[in-house]
Write a protein that binds this ligand. Structure first.
Ligand code: SF4
Ligand code: SF4
Ligand code: SF4
Length: 416
């Protein structure tokens, strides 16, 4: 509790001045916003609305998987001490911790431990409208868990304190552990030794970039909202990735703001259509309109960042968009709508082995005749490819070559 004790040796004005002089900023979505400004807005808001000021700690709403809850779980004493310092500086004991979901064990620990810091603690469950909406009868001075832990570290030892950030790398589906980095670290340093050609995209929190973002610095003003830098490999279809992310956002939106609720659904639908081969160039103009409206017409970080996956794909992967819309192909064959499976008439020996393997019963042909796949019925499962020992069954995207239109004897098909 050395941080709180050292803060309390100073008067409130001095504590506030130190925080301002140090240029403390909040972590995550509101990265870059000075803590002193957040607090002064909250004090003013509480006075204007005649509410009680409350120190609130939360994740960013757009930390959809609550990855950074580990900061609270592993550094509870530091987070509570930081909240107590904030409470002292702002002359209140009201405080709240927002948990992203019910967690009785953690809630009990918070309630128990917060008594030692003189906090009148409340546990809230669900998303916090960070910095904007306030729960009656309180007006929240909101901050990220990491922000409060940093305050504790600073007041515990101002001389050795260096601003740092917890970051984890996600490769494919594997999330590696969090490590502490100095603010200003490059993305390259965080993702480590990896050949550039093995990177298709970098996802920094909710934002998507191409590999040139390796040189970007993660600092007070630019950082992942969830502490995660994801490396997406060359086998990843970026249009499909946008769909996956928009689907998650649709699920997370609480629905209060029209543009978060409807905008996310529309962006999801438009990109889904692209993956189904039904996208059109006119959709892109609509996407831009929706994206602009979402930024300015939503209340919290979910809505404000909801369009980020789409913005990132539009800005960095226009070639892939053109592939899906104009050239009707998917670079990685992820989008099955563009994938064709056909039997090469010059290679088929008419053995019939593929017919028995097809679960959709959509391969036609007789012994000694070139076999044909009914494209409308084919599910693109690929089982026939493995069954053909003549390697006559081809998986490809783009235009189909000339194929037989009726049963043709093996060796009798003419390409032209
Ligand atoms: S609808 Fe509004 S308040 Fe609800 S998650 Fe979206 S932006 Fe936040
Ligand atoms: S495609 Fe292959 S497995 Fe099917 S009939 Fe022709 S040669 Fe046989
Ligand atoms: S890909 Fe699957 S469904 Fe299509 S023809 Fe081959 S086995 Fe049948």
């Amino acid at each position: 509790m050395t941080g709180l004790m050292s803060a309390k040796k100073q008067n409130r004005e001095e504590v506030l001045n130190k925080i301002e002089e140090k240029g403390f900023t909040d972590y995550g979505h509101y990265a870059g916003k000075l803590l002193s400004a957040i607090w002064s807005d909250a004090v003013q808001g509480a006075a204007d609305e005649r509410k009680k000021l409350r120190i609130a700690a939360a994740l960013n709403n757009c930390d959809y998987d609550a990855v950074l809850i580990s900061v609270l779980e592993n550094n509870l004493a530091e987070v509570l001490e930081g909240m107590a310092i904030a409470a002292y500086a702002l002359g209140t004991t009201n405080s709240a911790v927002y948990l992203p979901s019910e967690n009785d064990g953690l809630a009990d620990r918070i309630m128990e431990m917060s008594k030692g810091y003189g906090l009148d603690m409340q546990i809230e469950v669900g998303i916090v409208d960070t910095h904007i909406t306030n729960t009656n009868p309180f007006y929240n001075a909101n901050g990220h868990f990491e922000t409060y832990a940093a305050l504790s570290a600073f007041f515990s030892d101002p001389e050795t304190y260096r601003p740092s950030i917890l970051l984890a790398v996600k490769r494919g589906e594997v999330l590696e552990g969090f490590k502490k980095y100095p603010l200003g670290v490059t993305v390259k340093k965080v993702v480590g030794d990896i050949a550039e050609e093995d990177i298709m995209a970098l996802e920094i929190g909710t934002k998507i970039f191409d590999r040139t973002a390796l040189d970007v610095k993660i600092d007070a003003a630019f950082q992942p909202e969830n502490g995660v830098v994801s490396v997406l490999g060359p086998d990843v279809c970026m249009i499909d990735q946008a769909v996956v992310r928009m689907e998650k956002i649709c699920y997370k939106s609480c629905g209060k703001c029209t543009f978060c609720r409807e905008g996310s659904r529309q962006l999801h639908a438009i990109f889904k259509e692209m993956t189904a081969g039904k996208g059109s160039a006119s959709d892109l103009a609509l996407v831009k309109e929706i994206v602009d409206a979402m930024e300015f017409s939503t209340l919290c970080s979910v809505g404000k960042t909801a369009a980020n996956p789409v913005i990132g794909v539009l800005a960095n992967f226009d070639d892939e968009i053109e592939d899906h819309i104009k050239r009707k192909k998917c670079r990685t064959d992820t989008c099955k709508a563009f994938m064709n499976i056909y039997i090469d008439p010059m290679k088929c020996e008419g053995c019939g082995d593929c017919v028995d393997e097809c679960p959709a019963d959509c391969i036609e042909g007789d012994e000694g005749y070139i076999h044909m796949i009914d494209d409308l019925e084919c599910t693109k499962c690929g089982k026939c490819i493995e069954a053909c020992e003549y390697e006559a069954i081809v998986r490809a995207s783009g235009r189909l070559p000339k194929l037989p239109e009726k049963l043709t004897k093996v060796g009798k098909f003419k390409k032209r």
